[in-house]
Structure formats: C-alpha cells, structure tokens
Design a binder for this molecule. Structure first.
Ligand code: C5P
Length: 241
C-alpha cells in the first residue's frame, strides 16, 4: 500500500443521510473508502438490516450512536454491536467510569465468544459543534481543551481505545494521554468547503500532521457534486508526517 492509499483508509466518511438507498449509493460511489460512519439518523431509519448490508459489501462500520445510559444498558448495546461486526463505536465519556468499563468488558467478552475482532471503543468528549459560550450554558465551565483531557484520561483508564475530539485538541491529547491512544477527529474542512455548523475546524492535511489517526468527514464529501472526486481531492491534498 502506498502512502496515499494508506491515508485514504484513515478517512472515515459519515453517512449522514436518511435512507438505505442514499447510503448504499454513496458506498457504491466511494470505492476507495474503507470505513463508513453510521450515526443516529441513519441508524434510526434503517437499523441493523443496513449494518448487515454494509458488512456484506466488505466495508467497515463505525457505529456512532454516542451511547450514554446506565452501565448495564450500554454494555447490552455493545454486545449486540459486536454481533453485527461493528468495527468502531462511540460512547459518551460523560457517562462515567463504570459505564465505560462495563462497555469495554462487554466488547471483549462478546468478541471472544463470537470469535470476532473486538470493536474499537471511542469515547466522545466535547462535541465539536459547541463553543465556550454554549458549553457555559450547559454548566461546563472548564476550558474545552481541559475538559477534553479530563474526559480522555478517564476514558483511557476505563478501557476505551481512543477518543473522538476536535482537531484543535489532537496534539494535546497525544501528548497527555499517549501516542497509542487513538484520536478520531470530526470538524474537518478542506479549504474549499463551507464550515456549516462546525465551530472548531481544521483542514485534513493539518489534522493528519497534528497526529490524528482517523478523520471523519461528512458534508464536504457526501454533499459534493461528485463524492468520489471530493474524496480523492482530499486524499491528494493531504500530507502526513
Ligand atoms: O458533515 P460533517 O463533516 O460536519 O460531519 C461530521 C460528523 O462527525 C457528523 O456525523 C457528526 O455527528 C460527527 N461528530 C462531530 N463532532 C463530534 C463527534 C462526532 O461532528 N464531537
């Protein structure tokens, strides 16, 4: 695999669409993409049946349901996700230590039982759509970067494999939590794309240079006239140290 191919595998495309047809159309168009993210909108519309279809098309699924509930309920959901062969999944670190520990144990046990790969558990810290003022409104008075570090430490201790964070926090997370703790960054915008509702954005190239393991990109690719061309342009423009 050459450098560009390797980089292409680290760009996750967010299937932020509302139906199976739209999702499968995008998957068909984006032949070089390895991992597709299914979030709450598509999951609510099409559920596990589509998960199975994506799997049979030999693509990997990042199930971004941002689980946040009592430990027993989250552990139960994680077990089901393992049975669907999900490659990555998210849970809110603000759900607390016990919730994350139970999720990590459930992922390991169920994968062993099924003889499959354990999914990567990614903790969500602070949504990239929230600015300081908005965080204040919900009672989060700490600086967003400090809050991310606090939650990332907790997630690592509780057994998560990595976290989802804004590109602004990639460097500090790698420094303070460890290089082997995976960093997945949304809030990515090529210079030619509109920011939309994302507040703390960065270009793909810079995010890779800062140490992101994976980037999550939605609208700049899926709303482009040609998603495949937009994806290839992003790969072409990306540099990695
Ligand atoms: O279209 P866009 O590139 O902004 O999509 C970003 C994707 O990443 C969306 O699916 C969004 O739900 C997700 N995400 C995010 N911020 C987080 C976690 C996930 O934008 N902190």
């Amino acid at each position: 695999m050459n450098r560009k191919e390797e980089l292409a595998k680290r760009i996750i495309v967010a299937l932020d669409v509302g139906s199976r047809e739209e999702a499968l159309l995008l998957i068909g168009q984006l032949e070089d993409v390895e991992i597709f993210k299914m979030g709450i909108r598509l999951f609510t519309a099409e559920g596990p049946a589509l998960l199975n279809e994506i799997k049979t098309s030999r693509k990997k699924v990042f199930l971004d349901l941002k689980l946040h509930d009592i430990p027993n309920t989250v552990a139960g959901a994680v077990k089901v996700a393992v049975r669907y062969g999900v490659h990555m999944l998210t849970l809110h670190s603000s759900g607390g230590r016990e919730m994350m520990e139970r999720a990590a144990d459930a992922a390991k046990e169920e994968a062993e039982k099924e003889g499959t790969e354990k999914p990567l558990l990614l903790a969500v810290t602070v949504l990239t759509s929230l600015k300081s003022e908005q965080l204040h409104e919900i009672g989060m008075t700490a600086d967003p970067a400090r809050q991310v570090i606090k939650l990332a430490k907790l997630a690592r201790e509780a057994g998560a494999d990595g976290l989802v964070c804004s590109p602004q926090e990639i460097e500090i997370v790698k420094q303070e939590i460890g290089k082997d703790f995976l960093v997945v960054s949304p809030g990515i915008r090529p210079s030619w794309a509109a920011a939309q509702d994302q507040k703390r954005i960065m270009t793909p190239s810079l995010a890779f240079q800062k140490g992101a393991d994976y980037l999550v990109i939605g609208r700049p690719i899926i709303e482009a006239a040609s998603p495949q061309k937009a994806f290839l342009r992003i790969v072409e423009e990306s540099k990695c140290p």
